[in-house]
Structures are given as C-alpha cells and as structure tokens.
Design a protein around this ligand. Structure first.
Ligand SMILES: Nc1ncnc2c1ncn2[C@@H]1O[C@H](COP(=O)(O)OP(=O)(O)OP(=O)(O)O)[C@@H](O)[C@H]1O
Ligand SMILES: [Mg+2]
Length: 369
C-alpha cells in the first residue's frame, strides 16, 4: 500500500504540511530538531498504533497550540481510503475513516499498515523483556487483529488480579476470590502463549536467513520463545483444555507468593524471547554492530512475514537509521523493502545510497520548504 496524500497541522512542531508522496522513496531532509521524526510520527499514528517513540497523545498537540490534525489517503490493491485524526486540547480525539467517525482505532488499524525502524529499536534486544513482548505482540497483531483483543483482555485481568491481591493482603478480601481471575487468566493466557510461540517460530526462520546474509554467512541468529508457563515441547500439541489447565495450575501454585508480594508472578506478563548469536545471548554478549543488525533483521522479518500474508506491503518508515549503516547493509535493507513505499529521514543527504532517488522533502522549523 502507499500513502498518496498527507496533510498535517498542529502536530508537535509541524504546521501547514501538505504533500503528495512519491510512490517509492521519500527522503525527509533537515537539520536536527526541525520535525523530521515528527513527520513520520504524524503519519504513523494514522495506523491506529501508539506513537513509535512512546509520546503521549496529549503531547501530539503543539505546546502553544490548541488543536492538531493529521490526514492521509492510503491506496491499497482495492481502493483509496482517507484517514483523519484530529484532537482539540483537553478533549477526546476524533478518528474519521472515509468521512465516517469511528469509535476507536480498530477500523483504521485494518486500513493502514506500516513498519517503523528507529534508532531505539536496539532496545528490543538490549532492553527489558517487556520490550521484546511488545515487539512480538505488535507484530502478530498486524497479522491478526484478534490478538490485540486478547492482549487487552489479559492486561485487564492481570490488573484486576493485582488489585485483588492487595486487598487480600490487607484482609479486605478473601484469598479464594482469586480463583475466578486465575480461570479467566488461563484461558486468555494460553491463547497468547500459543500465538507468541507461533509468531516467534515464524520470525526465527526468517531472521536466521536474513542475518546469515547480513553477516556474510558467518553468524547464526536464533530467537526462542521463553514462556513462563510452558516448555517448548508443550507447543507440539495444539492448544486445548490441557494447555489451559496447565496454565491454571501454574497460577494456582504461585497464588500464595503472589498474595504476599501483591503482584502476579506467573503468566504471559513474565514471558521473554531469548535472542542468541552463535549460541550466546545477544543481550549479554552482542557487539553494538551485532545488536543493531539484529534489531534491523527482526524488523525486516516482520515486514517479510507481513508481505507473505497480505497482498499489500506495509509502508516503511526509516528514522535516522541509514546514516549509521555501511553501504552493504543499506543495500541489503533496500533489497528487502524494494516493493514498499519508504519514508526515510536524515540530517545528511549524502549518507544515503546514491541509487535511492525519489522525492526530497526539506523540513525546517516544522514546515516543508
Ligand atoms: N508538543 C510539541 N509542541 C511543539 N514542539 C514540539 C512538541 N514536541 C516536540 N516538539 C519539538 O519538535 C521539534 C522537532 O522534533 P523532531 O524529533 O521531529 O526533530 P528531528 O528533525 O527528527 O531531529 P533529529 O535530527 O535531532 O532527530 C523539536 O524541537 C521538539 O522540541
Ligand atoms: Mg529525529
């Protein structure tokens, strides 16, 4: 899919932006702090996902302004659709799809798919397990939006359970009232575990192949799901009542400890993904270059899985990542994303491969010049 038109005003420092992107390459050039990343972010939020750099929604509005609006037209293999997102200070956001006001982000999530590469992606490898869970969950949600509902449901259950644990600790609730939450948690939790396992297995295969290429055939990258409940061999059997029962029993086992500490220690909220290069943990032993390449390869694999599933390739946002890569790695990336529309930012045009020709968008003080 491609963005055919974008109009942004009042989003952070951006004002009066209106342009028709190139079908292929769009190179956003400007000095530091001029609005390059903001421009990617303003388009990104129209996918219905939270900001890729963790901005809060209230901060979408210019500090000195009262409203923001972002609109794009997206063309896929079937039709062109228009997505609008606007917000007035201290009021709710408005999401409008093809002129029809939407209740939530679900509808636009299905309409506009994009993938962003940002320098912070190395945190997927270096950061806390939560970063890895978020990556997997976000990537599998793009394939199957039903997954988002499971994640949200699980978060609600865990929050309620944690609140109850605190009440039990203060003798304001009975310990046996926990059980109904454990029942609910196991149904959703088993579902999430099996989905995470399936996605990691898929992404592992592609990552292995891509990393082998990027490292000149010298290094082996492996990803493995570390479930808090299941052993890997458990996933050989399709999900069923046994899997749910196993999850439930594990939750019951830690119930006493959970009550004493006031928090839930068992379940998908404790999952991780083990990432190894040549058999050892990339997080603990990887060099900066290896970690950067791993993050890149994981995102590339996400794009490839998505491509296989859908006729429509996602739009790719590359924030400040090209300048840091040598020529070979840039070529490698552009080879994988050759069929996708790309928006990339750089303070330095000459750091981009000369064969990447497209529309140059110069930005200064939040305006296109
Ligand atoms: N809510 C806001 N209101 C007004 N300005 C904001 C808001 N949030 C961020 N900014 C400003 O937007 C400017 C541009 O930020 P952006 O991150 O897009 O820069 P950039 O061009 O990507 O720079 P760099 O090359 O350093 O990454 C910054 O000066 C930032 O302080
Ligand atoms: Mg930036």
């Amino acid at each position: 899919m491609i963005i055919t038109f974008a109009e942004i005003d009042g989003f952070k420092n951006l004002s009066g932006i209106s342009f028709a992107p190139d079908k292929k390459y769009n190179i956003i050039v400007g000095e530091n702090a001029q609005g390059k990343t903001n421009l990617l972010e303003a388009m990104w939020i129209l996918s219905g996902c939270k900001s890729f750099r963790g901005s809060k929604e209230k901060d979408y509005i210019n500090l000195y302004g009262n409203r923001m609006s972002a609109k794009i037209k997206v063309l896929d293999s079937v039709r062109e659709q228009k997505i609008e997102f606007d917000m007035i200070k201290n009021a709710n956001k408005n999401i409008v799809l093809n002129g029809v006001k939407q209740k939530g982000t679900r509808a636009i999530f299905d309409v506009f798919k994009c993938i962003a590469f940002i320098p912070d992606d190395v945190e997927i490898i270096k950061g806390s397990p939560e970063k890895r869970r978020n990556f997997i969950d976000m990537a599998s949600s793009q394939l199957n939006p039903a997954f988002v509902a499971n994640i949200n449901k699980s978060n609600v259950i865990i929050n309620q359970r944690n609140a109850l644990l605190k009440l039990i600790l203060q003798n304001k609730a009975k310990a046996d009232s926990l059980e109904i939450w454990d029942r609910q948690a196991s149904v959703v939790g088993a579902e999430i575990s099996y989905m995470r396992y399936g996605y990691i297995k898929k992404i592992n295969e592609i990552c292995g192949k891509l990393y082998n290429t990027i490292s000149g055939g010298n290094e082996l990258l492996e990803l493995e799901y570390k479930s808090n409940v299941y052993r890997l061999s458990d996933f050989d059997v399709p999900i069923g009542n046994d899997a749910i029962e196993k999850y439930y029993n594990k939750m019951r086992e830690s119930a006493d400890y959970d009550i004493r500490t006031g928090t839930t220690h068992t379940g998908v909220n404790r999952d991780d993904v083990i990432i190894k290069i040549n058999g050892v943990s990339a997080k603990d032993y990887g060099s900066q270059g290896q970690i950067k390449s791993t993050a890149l390869v994981m995102k590339m694999a996400q794009a490839e899985i998505f491509m296989k599933k859908s006729k429509d390739a996602p739009v790719v946002f590359l924030d400040d990542v090209m300048g840091e890569l040598d020529e070979n790695r840039q070529k490698f990336i552009f080879d994988i994303i050759r069929n996708m529309q790309v928006f990339l930012t750089t303070p330095n045009e000459s750091a981009i491969l000369p064969e990447i020709k497209g529309k140059i968008l110069r930005i200064h003080g939040g305006k296109l010049i």
